[in-house]
Design a protein around this ligand. Sequence first.
Ligand code: NDP
Ligand code: MG
Length: 394
Amino acid sequence: MTGKKRIVLLGATGSIGQSTLSVIRNARDDLELVGISGNSRFRELAEIAREFRVPHAALADENAYRDCREAGAFPGACRLRSGISGITELAVLPEADVVLVASSGTAALGPALAAIEAGKDIALANKEILVLAGKFVTAAARKHQVRLLPVDSEHSALFQCLEGRRTEDVSRLILTASGGAFIDREPDELARVIPADALRHPNWSMGPKVTIDSATMANKGLEMIEAHWLFSFDADRIDVVLHRQSIIHSMIELTDGSILAQLSPPCMTFAIHHALMYPRRVPGVAKGLDFSEVHRLDLAPLPPGRFPCLTLAREALHAGGVAPAVFNTANEVAVEAFLAHRFPFLHIPHVIDNTLEAFDNFEPRTVNDVLEVEKAARRTASELVQSQPWKKIS
Ligand code: NDP
Ligand code: MG
């Protein structure tokens, strides 16, 4: 491709959004921001519109949109839209080349599918939409011949290791996991942890949902399902290994036993930069590994029985059908309750397990099927959260 790549950034005000802005700030000759979205933080979004002179923007939250209009927060040259329809309009902007999906949650599914149908390449940070509807997202990408470029650091690593390789030469994918905030806590201490404890991740600064998911290892479970859809490996050929330093972002094992890995400092800009610049390799924003310092690279098996959310995710992937969608929704509901101090950390896997139990699995035929399941799973999981005599923990 010649000229600048024109980017629509969904979730511009979030953690990945901010890292993406640093990448774009540093590559203004190559990348141009043509659309940005957020949910409700309109002042932050307006600031981004101003700095990057972005012509198109959208706020998902209608109330925030009204407040924003009243406050006259946006520069006049930026056309602001609202609601899911506004975000979908951004995703199909004729001038856009790539849509970076960095908004959180499954609300991104519709806009992402619309972008694919409009022939846009997708840089994908959001993993929830693949877990919910991976079958439909990947089928649409194949049909419309667009690229799904992974931004999640593990999948970016796998993508880079797999590139140019015959799939029959690869025996397994090995995802690395830092272990999250509680890897060194005694199991009985976990009964008393509060959101602030779980939000302190040792290596990464991320949004609240994905940070809690790292502490329960549900995140690695979601990533396993994400890897299945991105690279067509089944659950038996996707392993997880503990790697506390988050420098090896993931590995592949070849059939002759060799392992290939991708290494870089624990910073999302490498993966974002790779997805946006693909297939070019040009200097990025952050400094690479400095071997004038000593680096430890520990690799260890996960402590057995310690991460039930990961086991449940693996079972859901094995089961297929709508089980991964139910897993994702139940986890989302339980994490929301934990973040609101309404629910203890250790009960997150129980809600997932019980919600999965409550559903008869089936193969979804349409996106609507999974959206219906998501609604029903949300109801079931919410009832489970409320029905228990959970005590408020603070
Ligand atoms: P944040 O919570 O930091 O940001 C979320 C972004 O999405 C914000 O811009 C938010 O807007 C917007 N948003 C929230 N809800 C909606 C909605 N209903 N409709 C439209 N936009 C919405 O999340 P992260 O940046 O941490 O994560 C984003 C995605 O990337 C997630 O799917 C996560 O799993 C994935 N990911 C994140 C990593 C990380 O390092 N952070 C690593 C790998 C993957 P507002 O600010 O207005 O609320
Ligand atoms: Mg990740």
